[in-house]
Design a protein around this ligand. Structure first.
Ligand SMILES: [Zn+2]
Length: 408
């Protein structure tokens, strides 16, 4: 790669790429055939792919007990490097250290990689949930995932052999950190703000994105193409919405879009930090953190994810937060505004949340034009019309989504 002014990867001078290609990959695939198989969840598979493409630089595999504990308690790995959420692999049987295993995707049955097991340990799941998710309530989708993990965690360095269906199913969207870095370098950008997306892009996201673009060389709209919770809009529909919005409402010279293969953990503040860590690996200098970033239900305060960034020790994380206040349409201001710019009251404002929109669309209700662009709404209406009645999931409204939650 040409010398560039881009930010270095997290905790390393170069991207740690664990994905094998060509002859090396062929040979390892052959070797994997004879190894004992360990089946991974979609979350573990997504994590493995991120390890493969350098998205989780400087990690070299699934975490051992010391890293797991340090990450849970103090967001620091045994080597002193900052990391906010455990990246672990669970298994139902004890495996002796030194054993080589073959990693299989439970979703597609594909051989995804190999790992040399260096450690096999039991974890206190409640401890992990208490620290990482700040709750042990079984209804929390992230807690549910941790509680569903098997008895042992296996740790060790990995060799990654596939990116699964992401490069084909999300062609033109899914990309590796080396690819986004190359694009940013070619454009000569130094400051790049990342916008995290897991919902279709509405006016509020568009506004966040445009504020960030005003103060940066470029914008990276980076969307999750891994798994969400039931009732959320599928990735291909979200991709379509974002591409359409960029097409009609953004200067394409200032925006790069991309997708990454992780499942949502809904860890709120901790996940906001993880988002910044891997965005740095993709070449971004700033991470946009708005209201209730990576939250779910009412588990986190609307600005908890911003506060956690302010508390980080100096130098822990090079990618900085770009904090943006609660945004909405204000009828008196006659445009998008935020709590910082609009002096008017609740009665003058239309609060725009993805949850509220999903509820309106799933019930075929009216959606105000100030909520979402017509081109985006057209795609969403088509999607909702295509869902079978029995497959619909009732969308529950929470305080945040109705605009009733306290502001900071
Ligand atoms: Zn106003």
């Amino acid at each position: 790669m040409a010398k560039s002014n881009l930010i270095p990867p997290h905790g390393s001078d170069t991207l740690k790429i664990l994905l094998l290609e060509g002859k090396e990959r062929e040979a390892e695939l052959k070797r994997a055939e004879s190894l004992p198989k360990v089946v991974m969840t979609t979350r573990e598979t997504g994590d493995l792919i991120m390890l493969g493409i350098g998205g989780f630089t400087p990690l070299e595999g699934f975490m051992g007990q010391a890293d797991w504990k340090g990450v849970c308690e103090t967001m620091t790995m045994a080597n002193g490097i900052f990391w906010p959420i455990p990246v672990t692999l669970s298994h139902d049987k004890k495996v002796d250290p030194g054993t080589e295993i073959c990693l299989i995707s439970g979703e597609t049955d594909e051989v995804m990689g190999t790992m040399k097991v260096t450690e096999c340990y039991k974890i206190d799941k409640e401890f992990e949930c208490k620290h990482v998710y700040t709750t042990t309530e079984a209804d929390h989708p992230g807690v549910k995932m941790v509680m569903a993990q098997k008895e042992f965690n296996l740790a060790g360095p990995v060799k990654v052999l596939s990116e699964s269906y992401f490069p084909t199913e999300f062609k033109g969207v899914y990309q590796r950190p080396a690819e986004s870095r190359k694009v940013f370098a070619e454009k000569g950008w130094k400051t790049i703000a990342a916008l995290q997306l897991r919902n279709p892009m509405h006016r509020s996201h568009e506004y966040l994105a445009k504020i960030a673009t005003e103060v940066s060389d470029g914008l990276f709209i980076h969307q999750l193409v891994g798994k969400l919770k039931p009732g959320d809009i599928p990735a291909d529909v979200r991709v379509d919405c974002i591409n359409t919005l960029v097409e009609f409402y953004f200067d394409k010279n200032r925006v790069v879009t991309g997708g990454y293969p992780l499942d949502m953990r809904y860890a709120g503040p901790r996940e906001g930090l993880l988002h910044a860590v891997f965005r740095q690996n993709f070449g971004c200098t700033h991470m946009i953190i708005g209201r209730d970033h990576a939250g779910v239900g009412d588990y986190y305060g609307p600005f908890d994810a911003q506060e956690i960034f302010y508390k980080l020790p100096e130098g822990a994380l090079l990618c900085k937060m770009l904090p943006i206040d609660w945004t909405f349409w204000c009828y008196k201001c006659g445009g998008m505004a935020s709590m910082k710019t609009c002096p008017h009251g609740k009665e003058d404002r239309l609060f725009l949340s993805g949850t509220a929109l999903r509820k309106a669309l799933s019930e075929n209700g009216e959606v105000p034009a100030e909520f979402s662009r017509p081109e985006v709404l057209a795609i969403l209406r088509k999607y909702y019309a295509s869902i079978e009645e029995g497959d619909k999931v009732e969308v529950k409204m929470h305080g945040h989504a109705t605009g009733d939650a306290k502001t900071k």
